[in-house]
Design a protein around this ligand. Structure first.
Ligand SMILES: [Zn+2]
Length: 88
């Protein structure tokens, strides 16, 4: 009878270990999927305040104007916008 109980306990531990290994693998899969989610967040569109076209955040020209970060589609737009801001 004691041997039978031991078998159940052993079987339960083996089952728990197996479950842990499987859940670890799922965590690894989730870790692999994360970069894709982060990548899509990086490609959010931001409005160019000068020509009002939308530009991907990782391709935008960033300028800090009066302490505010502005995103531009090109160097030209950034320069023109700064000129516009500094003019009286
Ligand atoms: Zn522009």
């Amino acid at each position: 009878m004691i041997r039978f109980l031991f078998l159940i306990v052993f079987g339960y531990i083996a089952y728990r270990m197996l479950k842990k290994v499987i859940s670890d693998k799922i965590v690894v899969i989730k870790k692999f999927q994360q970069p894709f989610e982060q990548h899509s967040q990086e490609e959010e569109l931001l409005e160019d305040p000068y020509c009002h076209t939308f530009v991907a955040a990782n391709h935008a020209y960033v300028r800090t104007i009066n302490g505010k970060r502005e995103f531009f589609c090109s160097q030209k737009c950034a320069d023109q916008f700064i000129l516009q801001q500094t003019q009286p």
